[in-house]
Design a protein around this ligand. Structure first.
Ligand SMILES: C[S@@+](CC[C@H](N)C(=O)[O-])C[C@H]1O[C@@H](n2cnc3c(N)ncnc32)[C@H](O)[C@@H]1O
Length: 223
């Protein structure tokens, strides 16, 4: 549990904000120097997400998606804008959202909202989203805030909407990273949080073809 590793909650959030303010607004910056894994990541995500999308009974629509912890819009640009009519972005670092406006190019005109806000404080508009994509940011939330955020995300979904979480998983327990002020949870901890948020796991998949020296990455679809 994060309560065991996060001593001072206010400092946990403010240190993370200070860390990201110093990071260059580039793909490499978003991926901690591993910009070269972006293609593999996006290709894997597209394959995972497309299984749910389409028309007909039970299928997830393609009108609006939300990119959480969006940064400069690496995922918005290559995964979400090509699949959804409108994409909203939310991130705590205003410099990244400013950069997104040029980084996304012409297609960026279909970004509906740039929300500059921590996910711990963010309330998605009820019933607005077909897909809420949350990648490489859950470690910046305490367990309590993560549960509450997921509950609000659930309310933000349209019928047949899904929440997708893609993130690093620890081998065991909850590991603190003092450099960027984040935690890495093992899969049982993530599952427990999802259950507490009242979400069911529809699919779960490990991302293949990542370097050996980084944490394994898991993608989950929930509603
Ligand atoms: C590792 S980067 C990932 C960016 C993007 N998801 C991607 O995969 O390219 C983490 C992002 O989370 C943002 N972030 C950190 N703490 C946050 C918080 N509490 N709420 C919202 N965004 C946060 C940072 O500003 C940064 O853009």
């Amino acid at each position: 549990m994060t309560a065991e590793v996060v001593e001072d909650e206010a400092a946990f959030y403010s240190k993370a904000e200070m860390y990201w303010k110093e990071i260059p607004p580039t793909v490499d910056g978003m991926l901690g120097g591993y910009g070269n894994i972006s293609n593999v990541d996006i290709t894997g995500s597209k394959k995972f997400l497309q299984k749910f999308l389409g028309e007909g009974a039970g299928k997830t629509g393609t009108s609006c998606a939300l990119d959480c912890g969006a940064g400069i819009g690496r995922i918005t640009k290559r995964l979400l804008l090509p699949l959804f009519q409108t994409v909203d972005m939310v991130d705590v670092t205003k410099e990244f959202l400013s950069k997104a406006k040029s980084y996304l190019g012409k297609e960026g005109e279909r970004v509906g909202n740039y929300f500059c806000c921590g996910l711990q404080d963010f309330h998605p508009q009820q019933g607005r989203y077909d897909v809420i994509w949350i990648q490489w940011v859950i470690g910046h939330l305490t367990d309590g805030h993560f549960v509450q955020f997921l509950r609000r995300c659930k309310l933000g979904l349209k019928p047949n909407g899904i929440i997708c979480i893609k993130d690093n998983v620890a081998h065991e327990g909850v590991i603190m990273d003092d450099v960027d002020s984040s935690v890495c949870r093992d899969l049982p901890s993530v599952h427990r949080i999802m259950k507490e948020a009242g979400l069911q796991i529809l699919a779960e998949e490990k991302q293949d073809n990542l370097p050996e020296d980084i944490y394994p990455v898991q993608t989950l679809a929930l509603r």
